[in-house]
Write a protein that binds this ligand. Sequence first.
Ligand code: SAM
Length: 357
Amino acid sequence: MIGPVSVRGMQRHLPILLARARTLLGLKGGPPQELAKSEVRRAADAVLRLHAGLVGDRALARPETYQGELLGAYLLWWWPQTYLKTQAALRLAPMPRAPRILDVGSGPAPAALAARDLLGGEATCFDLSAPALAEARALGVQRTVRELPAEAFDLTLAANVLSELKDPAALVRKLTGTIVLIEPALRETGRALLQLRDALLAEGFARALAPCLTQKPCPALAAPKDWCTAELRWTPPRFFLQLAEATGLRADEMLSFAPLILARQAPVPPRDLWRVVGVPLPEKGKKRVWVCSDEGRVAVGRLDKHASAENAQFDTLHRGDLVQLTGLERRGDGLRVVPGASGVQRLEPSDAGERLP
Ligand SMILES: C[S@@+](CC[C@H](N)C(=O)[O-])C[C@H]1O[C@@H](n2cnc3c(N)ncnc32)[C@H](O)[C@@H]1O
């Protein structure tokens, strides 16, 4: 799990989000941070309709969807989620400071604003939907465009848009700077993102910075049921909780997403640095985590009786963490933390930035 991701940066956008959503949904109005009781049903019905068309049969996964009531629903339900997923994804790898940011398929700009709030810089939003771009401007983005700009950017984001495109690779090949791709954590979209990764790496377009540290084909694709997701815990805004209760949809504690970060040039990471890609429940007498690096996807185990101060951080590892593992022993079933020799150091995002030169 990536964390903690602060919802503080998002707070300042909430009153505008709610006010704009009220206009789009034709709601009467109420307090600045929450829906009035009389507003909840109508907003919840629009969220349910959009959810069915985006997550269910995907019939609404197209630019024409993002207007009127459905755009209002997007602001209340998906916008805060994308904002936090983006900030979590940006912590997976070193990022340019005060970058020129391009948000592709931006919708009403949750990813662009998340990046700008975290890193500084200036954001340009590109989307085919004029009403969605009008909301991006209402939320404070100065430049919005309906064609992919020709100039180079330091950081390009594409959140929840690749799975709406016929040829996502063709779009990604045109992107510049550090490229942060976020897709829904579903098996289909998660695996499609990894297949895209493998294809782009194989043709030499870019190197992968996250979630994987390896440049080899993704080991998760070897098994048809595997893919790679990151997750974060959050405390949603009050109106989100009202909608979670009214719709029965669950996104009010944990958010999952499939991230991929690419860069045209990136250094080779140190051999002892791993990404945690799975944390199964502890077994009797031992704990294992799955980690990934150039060696592939490997299990690292530690017997409970070998727990010590040097390896105490083994207990704090979550999916998405970067960890430095030294002095491991190789066993038949993977790698082993051994007493007296192994070091386990979980890296905070800022440290990770320094370790990945
Ligand atoms: C699910 S929304 C994602 C919005 C935002 N990035 C987010 O993650 O919350 C998909 C967005 O992609 C846009 N879109 C779809 N096809 C596009 C294309 N070919 N070029 C640009 N934008 C596109 C849609 O208009 C919509 O705003």
